[in-house]
Design a protein around this ligand. Structure first.
Ligand code: PEP
Length: 255
C-alpha cells in the first residue's frame, strides 16, 4: 500500500548520546500519525542497537529504524561491512540504497545498487531506493533518461509484488545539502515520470502502490508544498532531520 513517509538520513553525524537525545525529543512530542503515515530514522550503524532499546521502551512513538547502507554480501570475510541479517536482528526495517553520496564518493554502480537492493530484500527489509540526476544532466534536460536508467538497472529485475512494497526516493543531486530545492512543480514532474516508468513495467495497480519520496533540502518551510503534490508521498530528509523541531515540523507537513 502506498504510504506517506518522512525518513531522516542522519548521514555521518551525531554520536550515540546525541542521537539518543534527538530521539528522546521526537518521542516527547507524541506525534499523532495516521494509519498510512510512517516516520523512519536512519542513524549511523553504531547507534542502531541503543536506539532500538530506546524505541522498544517507547513503543507508542511509532518511529521505525532504518539504516544508511548494507553489504551486498550475506556474511564472511568482508572487513568493515554490515550485513542484512545484522541489521534485521536489531529490528531495522528499512535500508537506504543507492544514495548519491554512495554512488558518487564510493563509486557504487547501478549493478552494485541492484545487488544491495537484493540484500535488503533477502533479509526481509524494505529498500529506500535513491535515484536522481547531477546538475550537468539537469542543465541539458536529460534528467528523465538518467533516472530511467538508474531505475531500469537497479529495479527492473524485481517482480511486481516485491516492487509494490518498495520505497523510491527521488533526490536531484543539485538539491542535496545545497539549500537549493527542486520546485514543487519540478518534483511532481519527475515523480509522475517515475510512476509512469513503473506503470509501463509492472502495470498501474503496482505503480500506484509505490511510495515515492522527494529528497533535497526539504525544510519546514517548503515541506508542505512539496508533500501536497499528487505523486510526492513524503520526503527523505538530510540536514533538517538532525534538529528535532525541524524534523517534527516536516512530519506535521504530511497530508
Ligand atoms: C539526503 O541526504 O538524502 C538529503 C536529502 O539531504 P538534505 O535534506 O540535507 O538536502
Amino acid at each position: 500500500m502506498r504510504k506517506k513517509i518522512v525518513a531522516g538520513n542522519w548521514k555521518m553525524n551525531l554520536n550515540t548520546d546525541q542521537g539518543i537525545s534527538l530521539v528522546n525529543d521526537l518521542i516527547k512530542e507524541k506525534i499523532d500519525l495516521k494509519y498510512n503515515q510512517t516516520v523512519i530514522i536512519c542513524p549511523p550503524f553504531t547507534h542502531i542497537g541503543s536506539l532500538k532499546m530506546l524505541l522498544d521502551n517507547n513503543e507508542g512513538s511509532k518511529i521505525q529504524l532504518g539504516a544508511q547502507n548494507i553489504s551486498d554480501k550475506a556474511s564472511g570475510a568482508y572487513t568493515g561491512e554490515i550485513s542484512g541479517e545484522m541489521l534485521k536482528h536489531l529490528d531495522t526495517r528499512y535500508v537506504i540504497v543507492g544514495h548519491s553520496e554512495r554512488r558518487e564518493i564510493y563509486n557504487e554502480s547501478n549493478e552494485m545498487v541492484q545487488k544491495k537492493v537484493d540484500a535488503v530484500l533477502s533479509s526481509k527489509m524494505t529498500p529506500i531506493f535513491c535515484c536522481g540526476e547531477p546538475l550537468k544532466v539537469r542543465e541539458v534536460e536529460n534528467q528523465n533518461d538518467y533516472v530511467q536508467q538508474q531505475i531500469e538497472e537497479g529495479l527492473f529485475h524485481l517482480n511486481g509484488e516485491t516492487m509494490s512494497s518498495l520505497i523510491i526516493a527521488y533526490e536531484p543531486i543539485w538539491a542535496i545539502g545545497t539549500g537549493r530545492t527542486a520546485s514543487a512543480a519540478q518534483a511532481e514532474e519527475m515523480h509522475a515520470f517515475i510512476r509512469s516508468i513503473l506503470e509501463k513495467k509492472w502495470g498501474s495497480e503496482i505503480a500506484e502502490d509505490v511510495t515515492i519520496l522527494y529528497g533535497g533540502s526539504v525544510k519546514p518551510d517548503n515541506a508542505q508544498e512539496l508533500f501536497s503534490q499528487d505523486n510526492v508521498d513524503g520526503g527523505l530528509i538530510g540536514g533538517a532531520a538532525l534538529d528535532a523541531n525541524s524534523f517534527i515540523d516536516i512530519i506535521k507537513a504530511l497530508a
